[in-house]
Write a protein of this length. Sequence first.
Length: 610
Amino acid sequence: MLDRGEVPRPPSPFAAAVLSFVFPGLGQLYAGRSARALAFAAPGLLGLALLAGIVANHATRRELLFSVFSPTVLQLLLLLDGVVLVYRLVAVVDAYALARAAWRAGPWAGGTRGARRRAWLGTLSAAGVAATVLVLVLGHVALARYDRIGYDTITGITGGLPAAQAGGVTGSPVPPSAAASATAAVPPASATAPASSAAPATAIPAASPVPWTGTGRLNILLLGLDESNTDTMIVMSIDPATRQIAMFSISYDTIDVPLPPSWPAASALAGGVYPYRVNGLWAWAAAHPNLFPGPASSAGPTALMGALGQMLGLNIDYYVTVDFAGFQQVINTLGGVTVNVQVPVEDYHYPTNTSQGAIKLYIPATIQHMDGAQALAYARSRHQTSDFDRAARQQRVILSVRQQTNLATFLDPTRLDQLSAELRSAVHTNFPGDQLPALASLATQVNVHHLHSYVFAPPYYATQCPPAACLTYYWLKPNVPAIQAAVQQAFSTAPSLLAERQALGAEGATVWVLNGSGTSGKASAVASYLAHLGMNAQVPPIDGGRAPGGVQADTTVIFYNGAETRMPETVRVLRALFHVPITTATDPSMQANVVVTTGTTTPTPSAPPG
């Protein structure tokens, strides 16, 4: 209690400033200015009420969270950060000034008693307020730094291709007609369109793509680039309605990829197809931009999106390019990636085709934590394995990175600047920046554990070059109807069937089906079903496909020339389908690996249309 005649102690200017630092208006209330306190507190209270309403609504909360991926929103947040900083600074300084004025106006302000003490407290209070203001400014500057880095990263990634990449890949095409001669290679950058098809004088205007609204099927072309070619081509297709994701890998050895008929390039090239390896299309289009729609600077990715979309039967409007060197750095900065290696990888000449400068690579089958160099080697190795196995590994790495990164990973202040610089250097896309919030939200909802993975391997999806031709030039001709049927049914096909097709396709068994049932069309039905499973199955044109022994009761399955030891998955599937023992035979003249002869008791499985 106060003694008679003693005046109340005035409010502390430092305490008033700190209270308004905690929440605007509290310092004014402490200084005895309630009306002024309410005026300062009102904007903050309204902001808290709005935030509480957003947090209470799950859908709105998600929308607000992912809106930070929009450059426009980031600019607005930067502006809001500045406004809030000024508002809080004014509240802190005003509270301090009110309390200090109360000190000076009171009866304790006069006289010499305690003057030094009051002066010392005043100086200390001013220093404390200055520190409070400094903390306040630094906090908002830190938020602005995150905001600015996010803005620079997103605009750097979504700004399209840098000039150095627009025509910087060269590919390794060889005309199929010259497959027998390694000297017949025609670099796409120097290849010219046939004289009969003159290129238009000006660039063809790009068709206006329908912007993705966040609800329709989204198709994005993922391109892995190194200094010589588009080494990786994967089309990622996402169905927001079912939250399913499918990945379609295209081998860079694919030739005769169809072009959209409306493009002059389709008229300029025989048959309307690009006759070289598809990994050379980028550079060929960059050398002939007038044959493709849109600006010349994006002719490469435009050509690949249109051609692969034509082959798959999809509209592909967006692309993402990833530079392999940058990919390695990003993985290192993220702390590596854990990958479930399902099949050992051996490569005695990685990453070249010769022993010079190569290393002997071996990655055992186990769950492994990889750094950037290891992950890149795992994704790119192909010398002791097939390109189709490599495509599956690339998909596995992409999904592993997706599963093991989140927003907190990217906001780690210890690596934020470095990660931003690496992403801006390594990743580029034409995806609209303001659509990134919808894409980020969708990415968190898709079921990556139920992936529909397609690797378009022969014989089901493509025909590979004859053995003699493959010695000098390896190529694949796509089975476009089969590919388009698979893409159309991508989200309705069981992943188990996809895995079985890939396993059977990797073994590449040639299966002849002969009719020993006496029922017309039975061998064709069985061959169609086996082809549906992924085998290269056909009814041979020899004697109309009739079995030489006439009608028989049971199914027979014969593996020739030791094929049963090389094709265990084919053995398993045929044994399970027909429930008969597998027999073997030796006949060097036999062109098939397996001969299935139907009988009267053979089941007639039905393959779906297409």
